[in-house]
Design a protein around this ligand. Structure first.
Ligand SMILES: C[S@@+](CC[C@H](N)C(=O)[O-])C[C@H]1O[C@@H](n2cnc3c(N)ncnc32)[C@H](O)[C@@H]1O
Length: 136
């Protein structure tokens, strides 16, 4: 769904690349967008995204978000001043942020990433997202 929103909202000429590891889903998605220019669906692990870098916007929503998989490397994947959006966090209520009583490593990996200026945006009482800009 996020991919469809991005395709619908992009300016003409903006290239979109999505990686999906589920073969059937990748195939169906590629078919769905086959007639739409500048959309590419790669099948495989999220790390395939490195094949097409760099990007102006990156949304690691299926791997590479630092939660269950290691975080993407914004210096390799983003152009300077490019943006990364990492979603599906609960809003932070203290510093340092904790998860189950321990420092929240996933969130801190982004908020304290040396290559990023990153902040948390609260979208709902129970939902927040991190938005980072690659330092020039
Ligand atoms: C939240 S959905 C987002 C789907 C799509 N990117 C969109 O925005 O419409 C997450 C997707 O990531 C895929 N996924 C999960 N882990 C992955 C990984 N390690 N590599 C590639 N894709 C993965 C899942 O199969 C699932 O379809």
């Amino acid at each position: 769904m996020g991919l469809a929103w991005m395709i619908a909202g992009r300016r003409p000429g903006v290239r979109i690349v999505s990686v999906e590891r589920d073969e059937r889903r990748a195939e169906e998605t590629a078919k769905l967008f086959a007639e739409i220019p500048d959309v590419e669906i790669l099948c495989g692990d999220w790390t395939r995204i490195y094949e097409r870098a760099p990007f102006d916007l990156l949304v690691p929503d299926g791997g590479g978000n630092g939660k269950k998989t290691s975080p993407v490397d914004p210096e390799r994947l983003l152009r300077p001043a490019g943006t990364i959006v990492v979603d599906d966090f609960t809003p932070m209520t203290q510093w340092p942020p904790l998860l189950d009583g321990q420092p929240d490593a996933a969130r801190l990996a982004w908020l304290e990433h040396p290559a990023l200026l990153c902040t948390e945006v609260r979208l709902a009482p129970d939902l927040s997202t991190l938005v980072g800009t690659r330092r020039p």
